[in-house]
Design a protein around this ligand. Sequence first.
Ligand SMILES: *Cc1c(COP(=O)(O)O)cnc(C)c1O
Length: 233
Amino acid sequence: MIPANLQAVQARIAQACARAGRQPDSVRLLAVSKTFGAEAVQQAWQAGQRAFGENYVQEGVEKVLLLRELGCLGIEWHCIGPLQSNKTRPVAEHFDWVHTVDRLKVAQRLSEQRPEGLAPLQVCVQINVDGGPTKSGVAPAQALELALAVASLPRLRLRGLMCIPEPAPDFATACEVFGRARALFDSLRAQGLELDTLSMGMSDDLEAAVASGSTLVRAGSAVFGARTYPARA
Ligand SMILES: *Cc1c(COP(=O)(O)O)cnc(C)c1O
């Protein structure tokens, strides 16, 4: 089932790229494996998927170690959950990417804690494009200042922007909101920042995100099925 789901999501991405006149390899798929076990990730890996996203630090680190034990090599692990500054160390030590940098303090700690033996941590600045109630993400007006500061940190490599807008009622509205992230991305690039990643779009709105310039869509349920959340203390 997971291999077929991966194919179906890749086909949706390819079709959205074709409609937008984009190359199909201009959009990468991040398989969001939160709440799913190591076996599910292993199945996706066997089907060729290499980039996985996790939201919860402890769950993610456990899976990083388990998949290594299972011999699934070459995985790129992306932290896509909200990050408190007292939880940065395991992320700096075990993940390859962090999408949710929205404060300088978090970025500074990630940079200080990134082990010397590893490649720089690849990061995106999360922006709050729609003023949504989740409150995660920097306001668009503050994005340039934060991006410049993050780009100057020695053990981080700033790759781009990420956003999680509220679900939109229709395609046009979704495109309008994603379009704001795209405009901000373009303006930061025009100011000289070398960015190549615009992380936006999930299982339900990836077509609108691709139409609006996303380079990395984060799909969970479309790949692994419906999630059941365990009660969290
Ligand atoms: C859970 C999650 C996703 C995946 O959501 P689906 O609707 O299952 O595709 C993508 N991005 C973030 C930040 C998430 O927390």
